[in-house]
Design a protein. Sequence first.
Length: 288
Amino acid sequence: MIRSLLYVPGNSDKFIAKAHERDADGIILDLEDAVLPSEKAGARQRLAQSVAAVGQNGAMVFVRVNAAETGLQDDDAAAACLAGAHGILVPKASKPEMLQALDHHLTRVERQMARADQMRLVPMIEEPGAVLNASAVATATPRNWGLLTGGEDLATSMNATPTPDMLRLPKLLVHLAAKAAGLRSLGLLRSVADFRDVEAITAATLEARQHGFDGATCVHPNVVPLLNRGFSPTQAECEWAREVVDAYARAEQAGLGAITVQGQMVDRPVVERARRILQVKQTSVETA
């Protein structure tokens, strides 16, 4: 269960040293926007140490590589693979062919190092054309693990301001593409850049979970507990879910197909939602 993914600059010893203490379900070592061009090679070279350091408490570790157009992506991806990262965030993922080429490259690296598990990919949708092509991107390769929208880059590419209203439609389109492809959908219906507004982030997290988002990225450790709490079922939700599951089990034994719980009709889709709530709660307890 990945509720929170914390970005950590790949060239910052200070942030890397403390990342494992932040209680994030996942850590993203950033080789792209957070690292100056002159320091990218050094950040890549230290991935073997960085991946081990940030993942020492059991968090999944991803590396945000540089975009394919920079010419750095293959070397970044190979270094992430060799370092043992679980997956890669792929910026500017606008076409299936881009991801398929990266897939083939990683396959060669994995064979050479005899890696047992396969690297996961999280395409980042950051251009208008990519939003409209999100379904093709989501299904480009079996390596795809999740999908997210890069709100700031998307707004810049559209000459727009990344307000929640501006980001809502494209983020929901990408969200639908992720869910249709059976991938994890990551993000809030707002930009992650403004991390100081606790009330707004809390509300946005609740809204995102109500829409079916699975978790979100963040750029500041103070946001991690907000995401972990917001993407976990509440006690009231768990009590409702347990009541629904138990009542429906008794109803099935009695030959009934639909029942009423707390004044609401309960049939199979509602029961399935209740079961998922309990499953998510159990997973969040195990990863706490």
